[in-house]
Design a protein around this ligand. Structure first.
Ligand code: ZN
Length: 612
C-alpha cells in the first residue's frame, strides 16, 4: 500500500470531473453537480451524476458509484493500487510505498516503464514511415490496411539493426535498467528486443501502452515464431491484456457487447468494418482473467443483458477453442455467443475478400456458444439410430453437468433434447446421473478463486432509497456525510443499534469510527477493503439532493427521529413479551416488565414533546 499522505494527495489533487470528463461528456446538472450518460450501463437520458465539491460520482440508473479512485478501477478494469498509480501519474505525484503489503515492484517503476513504452511506440511509428520499413508497409497493404488505418492503430516497425531503439530511448533519458524492465531491450548485450518486425502497441483502456505484439517479416529473423510479444513486465501481463481494448472499451460499455477475435489484424479489420467492440488476447489463449475483464465491461445491472461474442473458425481447431471457452463460461454471467464463418475465413480475410458488410453479418449471425459446442459434440454420432442417439446424449451430458448456473440448465436440456430428437425427461435423467457421478468425485483444488477481487461481491442487501420507513436512517447518514460538524462529538449519541437496515448500519459503523475532521472526509475512510454496497451508498448519499440547509437543529431532528423509532421498537418488544407472560404465575417478572414499559412510554412521550 502507499504512504497515507501520498494517497491523500492523490485524492485531493485528482479532480473527479476531469477524470470522468475524459471518458464521458458532462453537462451542468444544477446544484453544483454535473450529469452525463453513464459509462457503466446503456442509457438514453443521463442519470450519472458527478459532484465535484464532494468528490463522488453516482449513477441513479445502475447504482454504480464511488470516488475518483473507484471510477478509475471500474472504468479501466484495474485494481485499487493500479488506479492510485494511474492517478498519481496523471497529476505527477511520486508515490511512496509502505512495505507491509509484501514484496512490491519498486516505487515508480510502473510509471517509468509506461513512459519508456510511450516513447518506444512513438519511435516505432516513425520507423514505419522510413525507407527500411517497406516490408512492413507491404504486409499491411496485403492485409487491406492503408496508411490512415495504420496510424489509427499506431502500428510501428522495429528496425533490423538491433540498437536503434535503445539509442533513441537513451537520448530521451530513459535509464538502461528501465528499458530492460520494460522488455524493450535485452538484458544481455543490450540488443533491442524486437528487430525487423511489424509492431502493434497493446494498450490499456486508458490508452497507456503496456507492451507490443510483433509479427515476423523477414526470413532471416532469428526468432522463428510468427508472433512475439513483450515479455511479462510490471505493466504487461498477458493474462490480463486485451488488444484493442483502448478503442473498444467505450463501445463495449455502450452496446453491452464485446466481440473476441483471434489476432491483431482481425481486431483492426473488425473496427474498420464497424464492429467497434472487438478485442483479442495477445500471445496467449483467452482465459479466466480476460473473461472477468470483459464481464466487468459488458455487465450492466442486469447481467443477462450483455453478450460476449467469440469468432471461431468452423474447423477442428476452432471447435477445440470454443470448447475451451465453454469451460470458462462459469466466469461469464453474460450470455456467450459464437460467430462461425462457414468459409473458414478469419475476420481479416473475410473483410479483404467480401468487404465490411460481410464482417458485420458474421457477428450478426452469432449463436449461443453452448449450442455450437453441443452440436459439435453430437455431430460425430448417427442420430438416426437409437443407440447413436444415446451415445450422443452420453457424450453431451457432461457439458450440461459442468454448467454452474442452475437457472440455465433447463433451457440447455430442452435444446439438447431437440437436437437429439429425444424426450426431454430422458435427457434430464441422463444429465442428472452424470451430475451425481461428477459431484461424488472430490473437486480438484480450484486454481482461481470463485469470487475474484475484481468482481463485486457484497453480502449486504441494497436498501430501497424511497422506503419511507428507512428515511430517518438514510437522512441521518446523509447529514453525517455532508455536514458532520452539525453533530456533537459522540454523533449525538447515535449508535449502530439505531439502524435497522444492515447496509445503513454498516455505513454508520464506517462513518462513526472515522475522523470527521479530516480534510478529505469521508474519502479517508474509503479503500480497497470497503464493502461495495457501503461505498456506493456513501457515493449516492454524497451526490443526492439534500432537502434543507444542514443546521444543528436539522441534525438534532434526525437524531430524535432515530431515537423515537428505536424506543418504539423497544416498546413493541416489551409489549409482546408481556403478552406472553402470565401475570399470575410470573407475577414478579410481569411487574418488572410493566414498570419498564411505563418508563419507556414516558421517555417516548418526552421525546415526542421535544420534537414538537
Ligand atoms: Zn449507470
Amino acid at each position: 500500500m502507499f504512504v497515507a499522505e501520498d494517497l491523500q494527495t492523490v485524492r485531493e489533487r485528482s479532480r473527479i470531473e476531469d477524470v470522468v470528463g475524459a471518458v464521458i461528456t458532462l453537462r451542468p446538472g444544477g446544484g453544483g453537480s454535473l450529469v452525463g450518460l453513464c459509462p457503466f450501463h446503456d442509457e438514453k437520458t443521463p442519470s450519472f451524476r458527478v459532484t465535484p465539491a464532494r468528490g463522488f460520482y453516482y449513477c441513479f440508473g445502475c447504482g454504480e458509484g464511488g470516488d475518483v479512485i473507484r471510477f478509475v478501477e471500474r472504468n479501466q478494469n484495474v485494481s485499487f493500487v493500479e488506479a492510485v498509480e494511474y492517478l498519481a501519474g496523471r497529476i505527477g505525484v511520486q508515490l511512496r510505498y509502505t512495505d507491509d503489503s509484501g514484496p512490491r515492484a519498486e516505487p515508480g517503476l510502473r510509471m517509468k516503464v509506461l513512459e519508456a513504452n510511450r516513447l518506444a511506440a512513438e519511435f516505432f511509428e516513425q520507423q514505419l514511415r522510413g525507407p527500411q520499413a517497406v516490408a512492413g508497409r507491404q504486409f499491411l497493404d496485403s492485409r487491406g490496411f492503408d496508411q490512415a488505418s495504420a496510424e489509427h492503430f499506431g502500428i510501428g516497425y522495429a528496425p533490423k539493426d538491433g540498437r536503434a531503439l535503445g539509442e533513441f530511448l537513451r537520448k530521451n533519458k530513459v535509464e538502461d535498467d528501465t528499458m530492460v524492465k520494460a522488455g524493450l531491450v535485452r538484458e544481455n548485450g543490450g540488443w533491442d528486443f524486437f528487430q525487423g518486425r511489424l509492431l502493434w502497441p497493446i494498450r490499456d483502456a486508458g490508452r497507456s501502452t503496456l507492451g507490443f505484439g510483433a509479427r515476423r517479416l523477414f526470413d532471416d529473423d532469428r526468432l522463428p515464431a510468427k508472433y512475439v510479444n513483450t515479455p511479462e513486465t510490471v505493466v504487461y501481463k498477458k493474462s490480463t491484456v486485451l488488444y484493442g481494448l483502448d478503442l473498444a472499451r467505450a463501445n463495449i460499455a455502450k452496446k453491452n457487447q464485446a466481440v473476441v477475435v483471434e489476432g491483431y489484424t482481425d481486431v483492426m479489420a473488425a473496427h474498420l468494418a464497424g464492429v467497434d467492440t472487438a478485442v483479442a488476447s495477445c500471445g496467449t489463449a483467452f482465459g479466466e482473467e480476460h473473461a472477468r475483464m470483459l464481464q466487468r465491461l459488458v455487465g450492466s445491472t442486469d447481467v443477462r443483458n450483455g453478450e460476449v461474442v467469440f469468432t471461431f473458425d468452423g474447423d477442428a481447431a476452432g471447435q477445440a477453442a470454443a470448447l475451451k471457452v465453454f469451460k470458462l463460461e462459469s466466469s461469464f454471467t453474460t450470455q456467450t455467443y459464437v460467430a462461425v464463418e462457414p468459409s473458414g475465413l478469419d475476420p481479416c480475410d473475410l473483410r479483404i475478400q467480401q468487404g465490411d458488410a460481410a464482417l458485420r453479418e458474421l457477428v450478426g449471425r452469432r449463436q449461443p456458444l453452448y449450442r455450437f459446442v453441443m452440436a459439435n459434440v453430437i455431430a460425430g454420432f448417427d442420430l438416426d439410430r437409437p443407440d447413436g442417439r444415446l451415445q450422443a446424449l452420453r457424450a453431451a451430458a457432461p457439458l450440461l453437468s459442468s454448467i454452474r448456473d442452475a437457472s440455465l440448465v433447463d433451457g440447455y436440456l430442452r435444446d439438447l433434447a431437440q437436437m437429439l430428437g429425444m424426450d426431454v425427461n430422458e435427457v434430464r435423467r441422463e444429465a442428472g446421473a452424470q451430475r451425481r457421478r461428477a459431484t461424488r468425485r472430490p473437486e480438484p483444488a480450484a486454481t482461481a478463486p470463485d469470487a475474484p477481487a475484481l468482481i463485486e461481491v457484497s453480502r449486504l442487501p441494497v436498501p430501497n432509497p424511497r422506503d419511507p420507513r428507512l428515511e430517518p436512517e438514510r437522512g441521518t447518514l446523509r447529514l453525517m456525510l455532508r455536514a458532520p460538524e452539525m453533530f456533537a462529538a459522540d454523533w449525538n449519541g447515535i449508535t449502530a443499534a439505531h439502524f435497522t437496515h444492515p447496509a445503513y448500519r454498516a455505513v454508520f459503523e464506517l462513518l462513526g469510527a472515522g475522523d470527521r475532521t479530516a480534510p478529505d472526509w469521508p474519502h479517508s475512510l474509503l479503500g480497497p477493503d470497503v464493502d461495495q454496497v457501503v461505498e456506493r451508498l456513501i457515493a449516492e448519499l454524497s451526490v443526492e439532493d439534500i432537502l434543507r440547509e444542514p443546521t444543528l437543529a436539522y441534525a438534532a431532528e434526525h437524531t430524535n427521529q432515530l431515537r423515537l423509532l428505536a424506543l418504539s421498537r423497544q416498546i413493541d418488544q416489551v409489549k409482546s413479551k408481556l403478552q406472553r407472560t402470565n401475570p399470575v404465575d410470573e407475577k414478579a417478572a410481569y411487574g418488572k416488565m410493566f414498570q419498564e414499559l411505563v418508563a419507556l412510554e414516558a421517555a417516548r412521550k418526552d421525546l415526542r414533546a421535544a420534537i414538537v
